[in-house]
Design a protein around this ligand. Sequence first.
Ligand SMILES: Nc1ncnc2c1ncn2[C@@H]1O[C@H](COP(=O)(O)OP(=O)(O)O)[C@@H](O)[C@H]1O
Ligand SMILES: [Mg+2]
Length: 237
Amino acid sequence: MSDPVIRIENLSFQWSAGLAPCLDIPHFEVQAGERIFLYGPSGSGKSTLLGLFGGVLLPQRGSLRLLGVELPQCSASERDRFRAGHVGFLFQQFNLIPYLSVLDNVLLPCRFSSRRRQRAIDSGRSLHDEALRLLDHLDIDTSLHHREATQLSVGQQQRVAAARALIGRPEIVIADEPTSALDADRQIAFLDLMMHESDAAGSTLVFVSHDRRLATAFDREIALPAINHAAVLEAAA
Ligand SMILES: Nc1ncnc2c1ncn2[C@@H]1O[C@H](COP(=O)(O)OP(=O)(O)O)[C@@H](O)[C@H]1O
Ligand SMILES: [Mg+2]
């Protein structure tokens, strides 16, 4: 079997020195191509864990390996490069750049990473055409492509953010409660699209939600409190 895409050993993270650890995870692995549904109550550390996966946060202790790279041993610029090249992030609040057009928002990861740019055009399309394909697949009409991102509805912005996370086929796609602003029907449709695109790209998907009803479409569901001993201790206190 190939090496796990994400591997955690004896990881501990605390937000500041005086506080109890927010995360204390003895062991956690995600295999290549797996689609993981990670859930847990608000405040249980889901977004914190995703920040570690993105190399934005660093654990105080333990091992955090993504695609065989030990992130805590990398410099800040190496972690930035790693994230830009290998990880597609879809945030709860989308984090689209307000003054950029829809199209430029989608193309942004390919400006930061030559690797993502190369993988986007490996499909035989131009970069521009690959962005159009993703937007079309996510049902964003061409009439919207040159509007500023914030002129779109919440549901449209969310799909633009999904296209941005998926462009250039990053090995790891991370989604932090991206469906929380949508009604039930749109949640299902959006999930289908995410699944289809990450499957086609062979990406590993880590999808976070507090809404367990969405879990059925995934390969594996994980309750964060079940792997995070810090949360268990807090709950028992
Ligand atoms: N920037 C921060 N500084 C200090 N504490 C934080 C910060 N962000 C989150 N926390 C704390 O870490 C814990 C987990 O938060 P979070 O990872 O956002 O949970 P979730 O995403 O599951 O709702 C909470 O107790 C929260 O208050
Ligand atoms: Mg969160």
